[in-house]
Design a binder for this molecule. Structure first.
Ligand code: CO
Length: 445
């Protein structure tokens, strides 16, 4: 018997992927205590885009959400997604900010921190993984999965071995765009399990219609944990449905032992909420189907739903197919970064400019410039020489860890925040999203 463990994503990735991260704490509250009775391994409920979205769109303090959920969900582990040196933002932060953010996340209730770097540059996850251990939480080292001429099983096994050396308590194959083919997943899980004796979690998305098949092959190959979403918030650019996997594994050696009745009750609550999001157009039907093209343009769930909502506002949605075709070209020119925040944003922004502008690269956003300068770390493959020249001129890109160039920032930030400072948590909100946090502080009672 090897019961498979399940991490539920409905409170984080599922609504980030389908509903532009707009689920509020109030909307989560009514059935929260039921999560504890279902038999989940963990509840992914914080991090990723939820922090930004809470402050920016929902007029909520993200730290309050964490504390509120922790108060009600007493036994199930709470998991968050952390972008290494990017924390939950879109740039690199100094080490003192990263360490303090991790400390407060654990203090406010997080049990497991899943850390990743968009470029798999492990220098960028070192400080957050160390801090996670130091403050007593479970450190999950994550591999950002992508396909390209330079990515292969050996490269991923090496990353897994490195993460183990860095003290990871478990590993995650993070297939944020649903690119991992089921039989490739089987090979990858077997190869990692043969070399690394750590629990292995598989995270994927249904975008291209593969993730449920993938999970079965990975489970048979030795994966220990998989990420799913309650049925109403499953499928499309989100995860495979929790209930379907639980039923599939029932009576097999992989039986999850989860309580189906509890899952059904949770499901009927979240179905109403989903219907609300569909009615008010927060959920676009565009993100609900199977998009087989995604295998080629590699857009992660959250990025597609954001791109669609942005282009909708700008009335340029008819150009979406062209932008999606442009994305792999830009990605190749930038050295095949896996597409996940923040690389997905900067590749997406450049692709939109290339399609809308008179010529490609007629404008280059600051983020893309910084990327080419090495300010996000080491790209998997060399960057196109012409683009390098366009951005750098005669300068050289940096080769050190980007955060090595950053001075400690907390004392300065505290001074800047002045009278708005109430708690150390406020300071971290401000460090990550200065303008957005300030607006929130100005309007709170
Ligand atoms: Co995801």
């Amino acid at each position: 018997m090897k019961p498979i463990k399940i991490t539920e994503t409905v409170l984080r990735d599922a609504h980030q992927s389908l509903a532009a991260t707009r689920m509020s704490t109030q909307q989560m509250l009514p059935k929260l205590e039921l999560f504890d009775q279902a038999g989940y391994f963990a509840l992914e409920m914080w991090g990723g885009a939820t922090f930004d979205s809470a402050l920016r769109f929902l007029n909520e303090d993200p730290w309050d959400r964490l504390r509120t959920i922790r108060k009600v969900v007493k036994n199930t582990k709470l998991m968050m997604l952390l972008r290494g040196q990017n924390i939950l933002g879109y740039k690199h932060y100094p080490d003192d900010v990263v360490r303090e953010f991790v400390r407060l996340s654990v203090k406010n209730g997080i049990d497991i921190i899943r850390v990743f770097d968009a470029l798999n540059d492990l220098r960028n996850v070192k400080v957050s993984m160390e801090a996670t251990k130091e403050y007593g939480a479970h450190s999950q080292g994550s591999i950002s999965y992508t396909t390209s001429p330079v990515h292969n099983v050996d490269l991923y096994v090496n990353l897994a071995l490195e993460l183990q050396k860095m003290g990871a308590d478990s590993l995650c194959i993070k297939d944020m765009s649903g690119l991992l083919l089921p039989y490739e997943g089987e090979k990858l899980v077997k190869a990692i399990k043969a070399e690394v004796d750590l629990p292995l979690e598989v995270h994927s998305h249904m975008t291209s219609g593969l993730a449920d098949m993938l999970y079965i092959k990975c489970i048979e190959a030795g994966a220990d944990i998989v990420d799913t979403a309650l049925a109403p918030f499953a499928m499309g650019t989100s995860q495979p449905p929790t209930e379907s996997l639980v039923m599939t594994l029932q009576g097999t050696p992989y039986d999850t032992q989860m309580d189906m009745e509890v899952l059904l009750e949770l499901g009927s609550y979240f179905r109403q909420l989903k219907n609300q999001f569909v009615e008010d157009k927060t959920i676009s039907p565009l993100v609900l189907g199977v998009d087989i093209q995604a295998l080629w343009y590699q857009v992660p769930g959250g990025m597609l739903s954001n791109l669609v909502s942005q282009m909708n506002i700008q009335n340029t949605l008819e150009k979406l197919p062209e932008v999606l075709e442009e994305i792999p070209k830009v990605r190749k020119e930038l050295g095949y970064p896996p597409l996940v925040t923040p690389t997905s944003q900067l590749v997406g922004a450049q692709a939109v400019i290339n399609v809308m502008g008179a010529t490609r690269y007629s404008m280059i956003p600051t983020e893309v410039r910084n990327y080419v300068k090495g300010m996000y770390g080491r790209p998997p493959a060399p960057i196109d020489e012409d683009i390098k020249k366009l951005v750098l001129g005669n300068e050289e890109a940096i080769t050190v860890r980007p955060a090595d160039l950053l001075e400690p920032a907390l004392p300065r930030l505290k001074e800047e925040l002045g009278d708005y400072y109430r708690t150390q948590e406020d300071l971290l909100s401000y460090a990550l999203f200065p303008q957005v946090a300030l607006n929130y502080f100005k309007n709170r009672p």
